[in-house]
Design a protein around this ligand. Structure first.
Ligand code: SF4
Length: 455
């Protein structure tokens, strides 16, 4: 068994029995659920909205090259420098060069999962530049020395008491500080940082090809401040973020907020088309867009799984996943977690080492049901399992075991060769459901054998 799989099983085994973790996660997700279902009710024809969104993203992915070139041409005409990065190292090297050119000492950053892929903060700090998270959830996990727990809600694993305790330890705030007190404290602290920062870094929710623009959606106003106060704005975005037209935004933005946070529309929605012009007062003097591949083209090559590139990172599939709700975000050991993570992470992080994530699924299909762009997630998870079997990534003992399992359970007569007493002895000794879970007890004689005898 490879090390990543071993670690996954060990971590999962520990966390599922952590009652505090489960309580916090369930409480936070139940809050989300309430707003989520209300937000969906606002659609008179949700299915049609999802079909259209799926078509828009599908069309963008199927013509990825053309739309990216169109995006580059149009945004470059507004004075933005576009840089293409094949992997994380190349992207970080680009950022390093820009920081050096501007003698940067402080970077402010808004929430972006792609920066997690690049281990942005760690790599920037190695260059002697401070990188400060400005999204409240991200700021909390940065102060705790942790990574985001969820693609939309980074501090989902923390209760308000946990956060108050953290801010008490770090900043001497009263132990009974409310979320409002903490938000006020962080807001005041960050205001000064926006003004002093040399460079602002954001991701992009969408790259708009026809107008050459970056779409950013957020609730705190920190992304607007991040890209308008500092003199330099760097956008780092995955190549799959491109959409054909600004006209698509009217459908995609509300769908993203309804599925991401249960809102009708997020509080601040901006389309940025370049650095400030001569007659403008606000905005950066220079703007860069780094278009990152980082193995997305590896996923793109796969006839079935490539549709996962349609993902708009709303996080709904995580919130509805029974596995995520029990094992949480860190157990996956990768940037993208939950059902979408189980599909794409093996392609981004190495299929051999991470295909086991595709087994972290009960195939209930709830993720597919909630996905706003209709990605058939549970089917893609099965496709990953199929590929792992075809590539012979499972150990031979596992393959033989599965063959025996298939043979026995396809035929009732084999299951009934032994009676309940033997089955109980066997299953209890093997800890078929793990050491912390009790096995159900088999009846002495199976239903079918009793039926045959008594009818
Ligand atoms: S796969 Fe679908 S539900 Fe999951 S994060 Fe992406 S868009 Fe949202």
């Amino acid at each position: 068994m490879n090390q990543t799989k071993k670690k996954f099983i060990k971590d999962a085994d520990n966390i599922v029995f952590d009652e505090k973790h489960r309580k916090t996660l369930n409480f936070n997700i139940s809050k989300y659920d309430k707003s989520f279902f209300k937000a969906l009710d606002r659609y008179s024809n949700l299915e049609l909205a999802k079909q259209r969104a799926s078509y828009i993203k599908g069309n963008a992915i199927n013509h990825l090259y053309d739309y990216l070139i169109e995006f580059e041409k149009n945004i470059s005409s507004h004075g933005v420098k576009v840089l293409w990065a094949e992997d994380g190292k190349e992207a970080i090297d680009y950022v390093g060069k820009i920081l050096k050119e501007h003698k940067a000492k402080l970077v402010v950053k808004s929430k972006s999962m792609i920066s997690e892929e690049l281990e942005f903060n760690k790599n920037i700090e190695k260059m002697g530049v401070q990188s400060l998270e400005t999204d409240l959830g991200e700021y909390i996990v940065q102060q705790a020395g942790e990574k985001p727990y969820h693609i939309v809600t980074p501090a989902m694993h923390k209760s308000k008491e946990d956060v108050a305790e953290l801010f008490h330890k770090k900043f001497n705030l009263p132990l009974n500080s409310t979320p409002q007190d903490i938000a006020k404290y962080v807001r005041n602290y960050l205001r000064d940082k926006y003004v002093k920062a040399d460079v602002g870094v954001t991701g992009a929710n969408f790259l708009i090809a026809d107008i050459g623009g970056i779409a950013l959606t957020e609730n705190e106003g920190n992304a607007i401040l991040t890209c308008s106060f500092p003199k330099v704005h760097i956008v780092i975005a995955g190549i799959e973020k491109v959409i054909p037209s600004v006209k698509d935004i009217g459908l995609l933005w509300p769908l993203l907020s309804a599925h991401g946070t249960g809102q009708k529309i997020t509080v601040y929605d901006s389309i940025i088309t370049g650095p400030k012009k001569k007659n403008e007062n606000d905005g950066p003097e220079e703007m860069y867009v780094i278009l990152l591949d980082n193995k997305r083209t590896n996923l793109y090559k796969h006839d079935d799984q490539y549709v996962a590139l349609k993902c708009i990172r709303c996080g709904a599939c995580l919130n509805e996943c029974p596995i995520y709700k029990n094992i949480g975000g860190y157990t996956y050991g990768v940037t993208y977690t939950g059902p979408i993570g189980s599909v794409i992470s093996p392609f981004y992080n190495g299929f051999k080492d991470y295909h086991h994530l595709s087994y972290a699924c009960s195939v209930c299909g709830r993720c597919t049901e909630v996905c706003p762009v209709k990605i058939p997630l549970h089917r893609l998870i099965l496709d990953n399992r199929r590929d792992a079997v075809n590539k012979k990534y499972e150990p031979w003992i596992w393959n033989i075991g599965m063959k025996i399992f298939e043979k026995v359970f396809m035929h009732r007569k084999y299951v009934d060769i032994v009676n309940g007493t033997f089955k109980n002895l066997f299953s209890h000794r093997l800890y078929a459901l793990g050491k912390k879970k009790s096995m159900p007890t088999f009846a002495k004689h199976s239903f079918s054998s009793q039926w045959k005898k008594n009818k």
